[in-house]
Design a protein around this ligand. Structure first.
Ligand code: DGT
Ligand code: CA
Ligand code: CA
Ligand code: ZN
Length: 571
């Protein structure tokens, strides 16, 4: 939708004006951006139906902004924004990607210390300069240092959410090359690891040269690092490195296994092969004495020959999966298809972009049996949280809408867990809702003990159903808040609370290791998209694969239940 694109530009413009010290414009631009995000109709349609005038009729959008929107609709660009961007030093915008540096602070750093890049920032910290700035101090410098650290680590690895669409596009290009029988991503992408170092693609084809030609000439390629007969490496325009290998059909399983990894899993497999009198390589499983090829066409036959049940890629991290496969005790992993509903979604009534009706329709189109509307509660002001009156109204609206739909629409709320551990709504409001998701949205830097007490208190609220994104971390951006997770899982289990696996690729919270830990407490999980638009409902796949990395079965996850079972469970 154009609305979200333009809103993003407006948010950026607001940031830039703020950095430049311009007074009221940032507020106006942000207000307009929020307004655009909450429109249910595409501005393009509004414009086509009613011209510039009808754009001007949108609240918070005056003539000036309306003209800019029209310019974007017609040309895909806003000239003034391009000029504005050019005014700023290039590195400055990068600073905003660092947690705990907003536009205001970036502006101060720029004006007072001439910091205009991440490099400058590093130097300033080393020279202890930020401590001395008015309004900053020791604590701020520490926070900025921590943010910088995560930012730099994040630059080395891409988030899976960025890589999957790129991988899919490359695969579809390669599959169209004449003679290609198979093309598939291997490596960390096939294991659905949350971050990716580089993309590895494996291909079966008799005409390797054709594949090499097309691969190195894709429009998305920035630089060809190596082009061989069966192997090439490129750097894509967004900085991701991609490797491709064309292989023989006969040993494709062995190669797929080798290049899927991870390395530790591979090493363990090789040891088992040796114990059994074989030699395992990317070319196949061979008899050690006679060198005779024994297996390698498929991964399944490889594992079988090694005396193991088939291990799904998401489990191949050498975290006990080999022992489990040897004992025939692997879990039967959950599949995306097992998911029957989404229990955490937002509408335009808080910070989403679509109406309840649109969200319900989209969820129904995905084949779901149920969907829960869980807008924010009032304390999350930046997300336009609902107050009590608005929640009551929303419940009635949902009841009315239900008649129009086959899909069950559950009433819910993503309620803030306040600093005190209380929930943001009184019990008599919570009581009316089908699902209450309690989430922490503030005080991320409070000491572990305090956070643990806070969340544990919330888990004791009778009406809380799900603990939302339980660690608050953001992939490549923010570490989990300090909290005693064992304690939290213990309290959750005692109080029969569900823990969430937020499927959004920027969250994936709980992360895989934490799912493995939570599992030991006998907890049940809910995998939720936390969709803020109809499109984002599709992010569920990231949650499902993340759950597989945490060894979960369908039965561990409540939104695989049929609606009747879910209802029983919730009571
Ligand atoms: P990444 O790219 O850092 O996200 O992680 P991977 O797992 O994709 O690693 P990558 O691209 O370096 O290599 C792909 C796979 O190839 C890796 O998962 C296992 C295999 N592999 C790479 N180097 C070695 C090695 O030295 N020994 C063994 N046994 N396997 C290796
Ligand atoms: Ca890789
Ligand atoms: Ca690689
Ligand atoms: Zn949410």
């Amino acid at each position: 939708m154009l609305n979200t694109e333009i809103a993003k530009i407006f948010y950026d413009v607001a940031d830039i004006f703020e950095m430049l010290g311009v007074a009221w414009k940032p507020i106006a631009y942000r207000k307009a951006a929020r307004q655009l995000e909450s429109l249910s109709k595409d501005v393009k349609d509004i414009y086509e139906d009613g011209g510039l005038e009808s754009i001007q009729e949108i609240p918070s959008i005056g003539e000036g902004l309306a003209k800019k929107i029209v310019q974007y609709i017609e040309t895909g660009k806003i000239l003034e924004f391009e000029k504005l961007k050019a005014k700023l030093p290039k590195g400055l915008a990068k600073l905003l990607e660092i947690e705990s540096i907003g536009p205001k602070r970036a502006a101060i750093l720029y004006r007072k210390l001439k910091i205009k890049s991440v490099e400058d920032l590093k130097n300033a910290i080393e020279k202890n300069k930020i401590v001395k700035l008015a309004g900053f101090g020791q604590k701020s410098q520490q926070n900025i240092t921590a943010g910088l650290d995560i930012f730099q680590k994040g630059k080395e690895r891409f988030s899976l959410g960025e890589v999957i669409p790129i991988a899919n596009e490359i695969i579809s290009i390669i599959k169209k090359v004449p003679g290609v029988e198979q093309a598939i991503p291997a490596g960390s992408v096939r294991r659905w690891k949350e971050t990716v170092g580089d993309l590895d693609i494996l291909v079966i084809s008799k005409h390797a040269e054709r594949v090499m030609d097309i691969f190195t000439k894709m429009p998305s390629v920035k630089r060809v690092l190596a082009k061989g007969k069966t192997k090439s490496t490129v750097i894509l325009k967004d900085g991701l490195q991609a490797d491709i290998r064309v292989l023989e059909k006969k040993s494709f399983g062995a190669a797929l296994n080798y290049f899927t990894g991870n390395v530790d899993h591979n090493v363990a497999l090789r040891r088992i092969a040796i114990e059994k009198g074989y030699k395992l390589s990317e070319y196949g499983l061979f008899n050690r004495k006679t060198n005779k090829f024994t297996a390698g066409r498929t991964e399944e036959e490889l594992y079988k020959k090694l005396g193991l049940s088939y291990i799904e890629p998401e489990m191949r991290e050498n975290r006990g999966e080999i022992a489990a496969a040897m004992a025939g005790k692997l879990p039967k992993l959950i599949k995306l298809n097992d998911i029957r509903g989404d229990l955490h979604t937002h509408t335009q009534q808080s910070d989403g972009t679509n109406t309840i009706e649109q969200m319900a329709q989209a969820a129904q189109n995905l084949g779901y049996e149920y969907v829960c509307v869980s807008d924010h509660s009032k304390t999350t002001a930046i997300a336009h949280g609902l107050d009590i009156e608005q929640v009551n109204k929303q419940i009635l609206e949902i009841k009315k809408l239900q008649n129009k739909f086959k899909i069950k629409i559950l009433t819910g709320s993503e309620v803030d867990i306040l600093g005190s551990g209380e929930l943001d709504f009184p019990d008599d409001v919570l009581k009316k809702l089908d699902i209450v998701i309690g989430s922490v949205h503030s005080g991320f830097k409070s000491p572990g003990e305090k956070m643990t007490v806070r969340i544990a208190a919330a888990l004791q609220n009778k009406y809380l159903t799900i603990l939302g994104h339980p660690t608050g971390r953001l992939v490549n951006k923010r570490n989990p808040y300090e909290v005693d997770l064992k304690k939290i899982f213990d309290v959750a289990a005692q109080n029969k609370k569900i823990v969430e696996i937020s499927a959004h690729p920027s969250r994936l919270d709980l992360k895989d290791e934490h799912i493995l830990l939570a599992r030991q407490y006998g907890l049940k999980f809910a995998i939720n998209s936390d969709a803020h638009s109809t499109e984002q409902l599709k992010l569920m796949q990231f949650g499902a694969h993340n759950a597989r990395r945490g060894w979960l079965e369908a039965n561990d996850v409540i939104n695989t239940y049929k609606f009747s079972e879910l209802k029983k469970f919730l009571h």
